[in-house]
Design a protein around this ligand. Structure first.
Ligand code: ARG
Length: 302
């Protein structure tokens, strides 16, 4: 997570920005393309014109992604700060997954200033559960009691990008997502089917989705990802703590605003949206925190 010199970060004290997007954890080149759902770059223009953020997107027009529901994926949650990001989309700025009735796993960088790389407060932080459409009021906005950041999280190297948020109110019987175990390798076999969920940018132009979306993104071989991200302005892939997902030809990916959101393999939490160059670009798959590398640390605080 290198600070993006191009993009101004969120003026914390500012009124709800018209484009809360600019403030979202996410940098890594404003460029980018379709987020979770993503399509190929070409249809993009038409897509943007035909589907204004907020419209019920015709999911059949999006290659490899579409709308999703918390009814089917009840553990998908959004992190929100209305004070910081405005109320238009309930203040959503990151994703996460409910792993016990009171704990949400998300990305550490969701609590870091994108340009300065320092820990920041998210005033009035809430966890949104059971709300597919952020413009509505379905589900609940749950207050937060504590935030744990992995002790070895390193902003610059983007390693151990995981945090656990403790809810102030138990979510009772809401289904939770189990974690992949420490050291497991099988879920990370190249080509394994995986799904990613979020309310992030669908175009790379700060068009944040008002509705939950999901995309199928196959696991990428570590050696391929190491070649895709040898270390440059955006970051270096480290297979010890990261895993990549997406197709080499691009077209399906997570994007800004999806950070912290779950990458699910076989019904378990295998990754967390962490970083990438642009979004859905060929040879630049999404890079995820490898849950199998931080599972013990996470479990120690559950
Ligand atoms: N850091 C971004 C965020 O905070 C996530 C970027 C993911 N990018 C990608 N191409 N998969 O929302």
């Amino acid at each position: 997570m290198l600070p993006n010199p191009v993009r101004a970060d969120l003026p914390t004290a500012a009124p709800p920005p018209a484009q809360p997007a600019a403030a979202r954890p996410g940098r890594r080149r404003p460029a980018a393309v379709l987020a979770l759902l993503a399509a190929v770059p070409v249809p993009l223009v038409a897509f943007g014109a035909a589907v204004p953020a907020g419209a019920a997107a015709p999911q059949h027009r999006i290659v490899g992604g579409g709308t999703a529901s918390t009814a089917d994926h009840p553990w998908v949650v959004g992190l929100a700060s209305r004070q910081q990001f405005g109320s238009g989309r309930s203040g959503q700025f990151c994703g996460g997954a409910l792993v016990t009735p009171t704990k949400v796993v998300t990305a550490a960088h969701c609590f870091y200033d994108e340009s300065k790389g320092v820990r920041v407060d998210r005033p009035g932080l809430k966890v949104i559960v059971g709300r597919d459409d952020l413009r509505g009021s379905a589900g609940r906005e749950v207050p937060v009691k504590a935030i744990w950041i992995h002790p070895d999280y390193a902003y610059a190297a983007n390693i151990n990008d995981v945090a656990v948020v403790t809810l102030a109110e138990s979510q009772g019987s809401r289904p939770v997502l189990d974690l992949v175990g420490q050291g497991e390798t099988e879920p990370y076999t190249a080509g394994t089917r995986a799904q990613v969920y979020g309310w992030g940018d669908i175009s790379g132009r700060s068009e944040y989705s008002p509705v939950l979306r999901a995309a199928d993104v196959p696991i990428v071989a570590d050696q391929t990802c190491a070649r895709d991200y040898p270390g440059g302005q955006d970051g270096k892939f480290d297979a010890k703590g990261m895993v990549c997902a997406g197709e080499e030809k691009g077209g399906k990916d997570a994007c800004q605003g999806d950070s912290g959101g779950p990458l699910v393999v076989g019904g378990r939490l295998a990754g967390l949206v962490s970083w990438g160059t642009g979004c859905a670009e060929p040879a630049h798959p999404g890079v995820y925190t490898r849950v199998g590398a931080v599972a013990d640390a996470v479990r120690s605080v559950l």
